[in-house]
Ligand binder design. Structure first.
Ligand code: SF4
Length: 332
């Protein structure tokens, strides 16, 4: 059965922080947090849709710091979610939330366990303390380590989220963050290149020309390296790049936002593999055998790989061979 997330945004509710990049109301496209009754109505409707599609979903409370919101409100949301996971286990296979690393304690985890929470994602953003403080995160890398260890100890699935290109960030800090995520035993990861939004501290710095984040190509190269690191560690990257659910595009001042970021990044990884094999062969003409799902990656976004390899003097044709990842045959 196909599994998905059913996202319910709890925007900025109860958050005492003001992170440099955050404008929750812009990202979620909604201003008022949903009531438990509204969540009940959403889940009732989705239950039918999921049943028809023969899909199951984790009910995902995203958008703010779920474990820091008003306790009564949090409990009401959890009760509602638990009602559906208990009554319709075929359609609702769990509950997940995202929160801050410094909003995790044994007391909170006991509550989450009681209501059947399955996955907890921590917005770590960076494991570099200077980057964290420069971006007004209000927590340290050590808070992430402690929270991650506690979440694992309780047996929840651990998700870790990181950002690239924050104020004061460097690509090597991002690589180090990924290394720490792997060491912490992340079960899944999200990578968000920084998008600079209006009405944020980063937006202010950007307009004062004190900050501009990483460039697009630099971000793609960095994210390609991160994807390869997590892939080698067997950790799925369940999201690369910000997903906008609302009126978002008009709010962007700078940074990296591209709806096809993942495809472009995976194409870049494929480019590196092909270039290396072609260089090592000492030949210039090739036939590439690959599974159907890789064909667009081999050509690259807007045929970028084909063009770039052409500029280097290489030409190739593609032959579909299902089940083959990548096989490159040099032609005489
Ligand atoms: S903790 Fe989360 S919700 Fe609060 S300001 Fe930071 S990013 Fe936004």
């Amino acid at each position: 059965m196909k599994q998905t997330n059913l996202s319910i945004f709890i925007p900025h509710y109860g958050c005492p922080n003001c992170c440099s990049f955050c404008n929750q109301r812009t990202i979620s496209g909604t201003k008022t947090p949903p009531t438990a009754e509204e969540v009940f109505a959403i889940l009732s409707e989705q239950q039918k849709v999921l049943s028809e599609k023969e899909m199951c979903a984790e009910i995902a409370f995203f958008g703010g710091s779920f474990t820091a919101i008003d306790r009564e409100y949090m409990t009401a949301l959890l009760k509602t979610a638990q009602h559906f996971t208990t009554r319709y286990p075929a359609q609702f296979c769990g509950i997940r939330c995202s929160t801050r690393p410094d909003c995790i304690s044994r007391e909170i985890l006991d509550i989450l366990r009681e209501y059947g929470m399955t996955t907890i994602e921590l917005g770590a953003q960076s494991m570099n303390d200077t980057v964290l403080s420069s971006n007004r995160r209000g927590h340290t890398a050590e808070d992430v380590r402690k929270a991650a260890a506690l979440i694992k100890e309780y047996g929840f699935t651990l998700g870790l989220q990181m950002m690239t290109g924050l104020f004061g960030d460097k690509p090597e800090y991002c690589i180090e963050t990924a290394r720490e995520f792997i060491a912490l035993g992340a079960d899944c990861v999200r990578i968000y290149p920084t998008v600079i939004l209006k009405d944020t501290y980063l937006g202010e710095l950007y307009e004062q020309q004190k900050y501009s984040s990483f460039g697009f190509d630099e971000t793609v190269d960095l994210c390609a390296e991160l994807l390869m690191m997590f892939d080698a560690a067997g950790i799925p990257v369940i999201r690369l790049g910000l997903h906008s659910g609302g009126d978002f595009d008009g709010e962007i001042l700078g940074g990296v936002y591209h709806p096809a970021l993942r495809e472009i990044t995976e194409g870049r990884i494929m480019f590196g593999r092909m270039k290396k094999a072609m260089e090592e062969s000492g030949k210039t003409r090739f036939r590439i055998y690959t599974d159907r799902r890789n064909i667009s990656l081999i050509s690259g976004h807007k045929k970028e790989n084909k063009l770039k390899l052409g500029e280097l003097g290489y030409s190739f044709s593609i032959t579909q061979e299902d089940g083959t990842d990548l096989r490159i045959e040099a032609l005489p």
